[in-house]
Design a protein around this ligand. Structure first.
Ligand SMILES: [Zn+2]
Length: 134
């Protein structure tokens, strides 16, 4: 969103409350703002399905900090360079070692998979004060 008075950080999530007469999407953002999405000017997408959550996580992956960031799956801190952690098997993003092991067990069919909709970055996007993306 490009508003001269209100800054809504990239990756902010919110809840749609309606559409006004001009076609703007009215939202309550998790950051507390109620700035509407301007039709044909702002960009947003819905996260209501596993496929939509994957799109979000893939996008987070392109902006994931190179060091000292939170695991998008569990929310734990990953200290140091992200290159020493695990690449997720479900989205193009780095996860902590524990989540990497859990994903390996899930993909081997030994444990039930955690739905992407339950990942910390999707459920609690404000955790880490925007550490999901920079
Ligand atoms: Zn984790």
């Amino acid at each position: 969103m490009d508003d001269p008075y209100v800054h809504i950080p990239v990756s902010t999530q919110g809840t749609v409350t309606g559409v006004d007469g001009a076609g703007n999407v009215m939202c309550v953002w998790d950051c507390g703002s109620s700035l509407s999405l301007a039709y044909d000017a702002d960009r947003a997408h819905k996260i209501g399905t596993e496929d939509e959550a994957k799109v979000t996580l893939d996008r987070y992956g392109t902006k994931q900090p190179e060091k000292d960031c939170r695991c998008p799956r569990c929310g734990d801190m990953m200290w140091g360079p992200k290159a020493r952690y695990a690449l997720s098997r479900y989205a193009a993003i780095t996860v902590c070692d524990r989540c990497g092991r859990e994903e390996a067990l899930e993909c081997a069919g030994l444990t039930a998979a955690r739905p992407l909709m339950k990942w910390c970055a999707i459920v609690l996007p404000s955790v880490g004060s925007g550490a999901w993306m920079r």
